[in-house]
Design a binder for this molecule. Structure first.
Ligand code: EPZ
Length: 424
């Protein structure tokens, strides 16, 4: 069943337990290729992207046992097969197996990665970094072949553009290279810090992660270890928006407030009352009408592009006019036409939108096109007047663990329906 039936006019209140971070767990899973010793990773979110990554690793011969959100991984035996196109092409994260396979076997062949259609999503910075460390790269229209004649050599690498993915690729290639690698203008996301922490647990020598300069001193080999994935900051932000748009009160537990400084600042500007503790964030918008806020996305610690669509929804039912500028991806407004169908007053310019808040959205038959946009449309259905149907719901399952169960526990009423159901 690929459709949802969502009752509107809901106020969302209560407590929600945040799951492990998709964008930390995915690279960390592929980094296990770098060692032959056993690894235990806990707080793994139950998501389709994660199960695809596990399928890819198992197709390489890696043994993985999945018990209560903990993975017991034995990467001692890996065959150098090229994982299938239809798995590799499903997720963006599969690019992160290139450098560990290259490092472990001296060569690697992988199909091009997939991922949300929010832009053309090139991998030139990943490949450029590997070449600078001494790899030979051959590309054709379907796959990449990387090879090395001698061990990779540490280098100073300046990233012409801040890239989460390429920072991780280069960091993972430098771990077992000869000498010191410096990644300058590196991405600073919390997920990068978590990947570096995991690799250091296995015996790597990485310092500076979370700053714009990461230092990696090559080591001879890695051992095994245990790691717990950090909380998902974007899932947290999405549930805080759920309270803000429905004049509700929601507390997110098992989260990390310091990963959301910029998002919490913007939420306070809307008039929400925010309280935080060591591992929880409470947002209270009871009986309050939110004020709209201007947003301009940028690399961490700037405003996260993965929270852009959720704030557009908030602005569409807030008082006042607002501008949302998307500076990271070139095609991340596809959900806006669906909000306009619901009555939202939004003008799409090239990389920005102008939003004029209205009192109410109206239920419609909606089509989601990417992960964060699909979560946004589901939230829109929870507050719209009437019954909303959201199609193509496989998108949200990629990045939100038990999303419907968590929302229904907060007061939503969302059901799966079969494809021939229609009320419009
Ligand atoms: C990661 O994508 C996340 N995905 C994205 O989350 C997130 O939005 C993004 O980082 C930015 O924070 C995962 O971690 C699986 P980038 P990634 O490399 O690594 C350009 C979600 O919803 N670029 O930081 O693909 C690129 O086109 C997803 O959870 C190049 O030009 O993002 C973009 O404009 C969506 N060449 C910018 O850099 C390259 O080789 C930032 O991309 C690589 C990237």
């Amino acid at each position: 069943m690929n459709k949802l039936y969502i009752e509107g006019n809901k106020k969302l209140n209560g407590n929600v337990l945040i799951s492990g971070s998709k964008n930390a767990a995915l690279p960390i899973l592929f980094m296990t290729i770098l060692t032959k010793e056993k690894i235990e990773i806990s707080n793994i979110p139950k998501l389709t992207d994660i199960s695809i990554a596990i399928k890819i690793l198992r197709s390489l011969g890696i043994k993985i046992v999945n018990k209560n959100k903990t993975l017991y991984i034995d990467p001692s035996v890996i065959n150098i097969s090229c994982p299938s196109y239809n798995l590799t092409n499903k997720i963006r994260a599969s690019i992160w197996m290139l450098s560990p396979l290259l490092t472990r076997f001296g060569k690697a062949k992988i199909f091009f990665p997939g991922g949300c259609k929010i832009g053309c999503r090139p991998i030139n910075l990943h490949l450029k970094g590997l070449i600078e460390l001494g790899a030979k790269i051959v590309e054709n229209e379907n796959y990449i072949i990387a090879s090395i004649q001698k061990p990779l050599q540490g280098k100073y690498i300046y990233m012409e553009k801040v890239s989460v993915g390429a920072t991780i690729t280069i960091m993972s290639a430098a771990i077992l290279a000869r000498g010191l690698t410096i990644i300058d203008n590196a991405a600073k996301e919390p997920e990068i810090i978590d990947v570096a922490k995991f690799l250091n647990t296995l015996g790597a020598n990485i310092t500076g992660s979370g700053s714009n300069k990461i230092y990696i001193k090559g080591v001879l080999k890695l051992h095994g270890g245990f790691h717990k994935i950090i909380p998902d900051r974007i899932e947290t932000g999405t549930f805080l928006i759920a309270a803000a748009i429905s004049q509700g009160l929601i507390t997110c537990y098992n989260t990390e407030p310091k990963h959301l400084t910029n998002v919490l600042k913007k939420l306070s500007e809307t008039g929400a009352k925010i309280q935080t503790g060591k591992d929880w964030i409470k947002l209270d918008m009871k009986e309050k009408k939110p004020k709209s806020v201007n947003i301009s996305t940028s690399p961490y610690p700037g405003f996260p592009t993965d929270m852009q669509s959720q704030f557009t929804l908030l602005n569409s039912i807030s008082s006042g006019k607002s501008v949302i500028i998307e500076n990271i991806f070139e095609n991340r407004f596809s959900y806006v036409t669906e909000l306009i169908k619901m009555g939202a007053k939004i003008e799409i310019k090239n990389n920005y939108i102008i939003c004029k808040g209205i009192p109410k959205l109206y239920a419609k038959n909606l089509f989601s096109t990417d992960l964060r946009g699909s979560a946004t449309l589901i939230l829109a259905g929870c507050i719209a007047k009437g019954i909303t149907v959201v199609n193509n719901i496989h998108h949200f399952k990629r990045g939100y663990e038990s999303f419907l169960k968590k929302l229904n526990k907060l007061g939503a009423n969302i059901q799966y329906i079969n494809n021939n159901f229609s009320i419009f």
